[in-house]
Design a protein around this ligand. Structure first.
Ligand code: KIV
Length: 283
């Protein structure tokens, strides 16, 4: 039975029913299919792809042109999951017109069902314009990696009274602007709980404790596939990097030994046909 696509209405209803929302990043067709079949509710084509797929040091260099093929691939693989496309740095901060143009590309060309962008009160007007145009928006507060040079590092946000009060005000501003959910990244758990209780829309935490309405992780982090850095908030369910290393080492050894490919992995041709071919080419 094919289940209908998960919509922003469904995601908001999950908060009302007290059901946890499960979100993971995905960047390619094959992974998207597996996550979709596993019942993951939301697939985020995060700009984290800049680091875990493209090998940049941060998410700052990521462009719309780099994001779009990945959004398309994930959208092809996800039949039921809700696909969110992450707006890269400077694809929306420059103003509502450019934000509308770029977000629309993710829906029209990419096949995503919503977009995500970072920031609070300073992007509320942009969130409002996008939602008015029929583009659902997921917010992102706390540690916002696109502002890494401004924040001065990948640290927990909201530990001081001023930061915590601003985070609450930012979350309310995003909700009032029309966002359908908000990612809270690297925020003290009790503060995330207060924000979650205050909002009508769901919060989705990453390093924000257990009381958010849902959780998101970078797929490479939980599978043990990103060698550069394992964030404190990530649990490695698998050491896929080690498994891949073992597998390709075996492959390389078998190729070197001449034991791969064996007859079961080769296509045969009878000797008679081969002889006819050789006669045909004059040998
Ligand atoms: O880009 C990304 O993967 C994200 C998640 C960490 C929420 O924004």
């Amino acid at each position: 039975m094919i289940l209908p696509r998960i919509t922003v209405r469904d995601i908001k209803a999950m908060k009302r029913r007290g059901e946890k929302i499960v979100m993971l990043t995905a960047y390619d067709y094959s992974t998207a299919r597996i996550l979709d079949e596993a019942g993951i509710h939301i697939l985020l084509v995060g700009d984290s792809l800049g680091m875990v797929v493209l090998g940049y040091e941060s998410t700052i260099p990521v462009t719309m042109d780099e994001m779009l093929p990945h959004v398309k691939a994930v959208a092809r693989g996800a039949k039921r999951a809700h696909v969110v496309a992450d707006m890269p740095f400077m694809s929306y901060q420059t103003g509502p017109e450019e934000a509308l143009r770029n977000a629309a590309r993710f829906l029209k060309e990419g096949g995503a069902q919503s977009v995500k962008l970072e920031g609070g009160q300073e992007v509320a007007e942009i969130v409002h314009r996008l939602t008015l145009a029929g583009i659902p928006v997921m917010g992102h507060l706390g540690l916002t990696p696109q502002s890494i040079h401004q924040l001065g590092g990948y640290h927990v946000r909201g530990k001081t009274k001023e930061q915590a009060a601003k985070l609450i005000a930012d979350a309310i501003a995003l909700e009032e602007a029309g966002a359908y959910s908000i990612v809270l990244e690297s925020v003290p758990a009790p503060l995330a709980r207060v924000i979650t209780q205050r909002l009508h829309i769901p919060t989705i935490g990453i390093g924000a404790g257990p009381w958010c309405d849902g959780q998101v992780q970078v797929i490479h982090d939980i599978l043990g596939l990103y060698p550069d850095f394992v964030p404190r908030h990530a649990k490695q369910y698998l050491r896929l990097g080690d498994l891949i290393r073992q597998a390709v080492t075996s492959y390389a050894r078998e190729v070197a030994e001449g034991t791969f490919p064996g007859s079961e992995h080769s296509h045969s041709m009878d000797e008679e046909t081969l002889a006819e071919v050789l006669a045909l080419v004059g040998r």
